[in-house]
Design a protein around this ligand. Structure first.
Ligand SMILES: [Mg+2]
Length: 395
């Protein structure tokens, strides 16, 4: 079997909001086609026009080849070999950043393709399943623009998530810092107020996670505020500090009463190794597309496992990435939860519409996927609708 074509679909949610801290408003979906009529599907979480350029740009020398041109004519079943070829062949332009994010979408599609070709779910080809189901947590980020509504909707959404069966919820409490959501600016005490409300609403048996999206200016501020959250029994605090502040992470991770999580933006196992070994975090959060695909995410999970660290993959995209995370979690013993942006609690139509046959939660867990490959299909009407939106925007 040979790869014959690689299609990139740039998709945009109509009426997106550039003040929202939400990358679920756009997407790039890749389809890798073969001469046997089998097609693999993947996506990644980065600006879709940039990712498309990374994939489609031709190269003129052997240290900076085009990703698509390296794939055309190759055997798609050699997924790990192709990862190495793409990484090394694009290294002068890539090694990190957007090129690796783009490789992630291609690698995800290759895993899907290989599973379909061999008639096996991706997890059966990634390793040995170590669980019978996967536990998702609901990410909650109310789309409102004043504090009282924000607090009340967060508490209401947390209740609704638990009523829907979720055993874990994450509050995106971004009231400060560079990515304060929808222009909200509030003192730290108000974040504490939101978390107290969420814990009270969900009761003691539901796991509560919190994401502050890089809000704290330094380690000392982070430690002072986090100390006030000690009694809320939080599973982790996500991205308290800027990702380059590894010394700060080391300090906060060593002294915080709550485990520290990070890693969503990082590419390749090499950046995540720095976060683990220098930053000292307790929970590692590779985003499967961004980190370089399922191939690289699996390596990160293994490295974290060797260090006794937990894995909770980051995920803010569509049913494609949810499926990828479920397959990864199926073979990762140290993965307690996967992130799950509930379709009916998401403001993004793109998130809701793009895939059919999406994995579903039953009694708070996702049963192990059984269909070949990732096990999802694209809704072609939705794909065309959101592609037309992107085409209109780019002019
Ligand atoms: Mg986050």
């Amino acid at each position: 079997m040979r790869i014959t074509a690689v299609d990139c679909h740039v998709l945009v949610q109509p009426a997106f909001d550039t003040t929202a801290a939400s990358s679920a408003q756009d997407d790039i979906v890749v389809e890798i086609h073969t001469d046997e009529g089998i097609t693999g599907i993947g996506e990644t979480d980065v600006n879709p026009w940039i990712a498309r350029a990374c994939i489609e740009a031709p190269g003129t020398h052997n240290m900076g080849l085009g990703l698509r041109e390296m794939l055309i004519g190759a055997d798609p079943l050699d997924v790990e070999g192709l990862w190495q070829r793409l990484y090394v062949g694009s290294a002068m332009n890539g090694r990190r950043g957007a090129v690796v994010n783009a490789i992630g979408a291609l690698d995800m599609a290759l895993h899907d393709l290989r599973g379909k070709a061999l008639g096996k779910p991706c997890h059966a080809l990634l390793g040995t399943a170590c669980r019978e189901s996967i536990t998702p947590y609901a990410s909650l980020q109310p789309e409102v623009d004043n504090f009282e509504d924000y607090r009340d909707s967060m508490i209401d959404w947390a209740r609704r998530a638990v009523a829907a069966g979720f055993r874990a919820v994450k509050a995106e409490v971004t009231l400060e810092g560079p990515y304060a959501h929808n222009g909200l600016r509030e003192p730290w005490e108000r974040s504490t107020e939101v978390l107290a409300g969420v814990r009270g609403a969900v009761g003691p048996d539901v796991a509560v996670l919190v994401d502050v999206q890089y809000a704290f200016p330094d380690a000392d501020t982070a430690l002072r505020v986090i100390a006030d959250w000690r009694d809320f029994d939080l599973y982790f605090v996500e991205t308290p500090l800027w990702p380059d502040d590894l010394e700060g992470y080391a300090k906060v991770s060593a002294r915080s009463p709550i485990p520290i999580a990070a890693g969503e933006w990082l590419t390749t196992r090499f950046e995540l190794l720095d976060l683990m070994d220098r930053g000292g975090v307790q929970v590692v959060q590779p985003d499967i597309g961004r980190v370089g695909g399922l191939t690289e995410a699996l390596r990160v999970c293994e490295l974290a496992g060797e260090r006794g660290l937990r894995i909770v993959p980051h995920l803010w995209k569509t049913g494609i990435s949810i499926a990828a995370a479920a397959h990864l979690a199926a073979v990762t013993p140290n993965c307690d939860y996967i992130e799950f942006l509930p379709s009916d609690l998401s403001a993004s139509g793109l998130r809701k519409d793009l895939t059919s046959d999406e994995l579903e939660m039953v009694d708070g867990v996702i049963p192990l996927p059984q269909r070949p490959g990732l096990g999802i299909e694209l809704d072609r009407d939705a794909l065309e609708r959101y592609a037309a939106e992107a085409a209109a925007l780019a002019g």
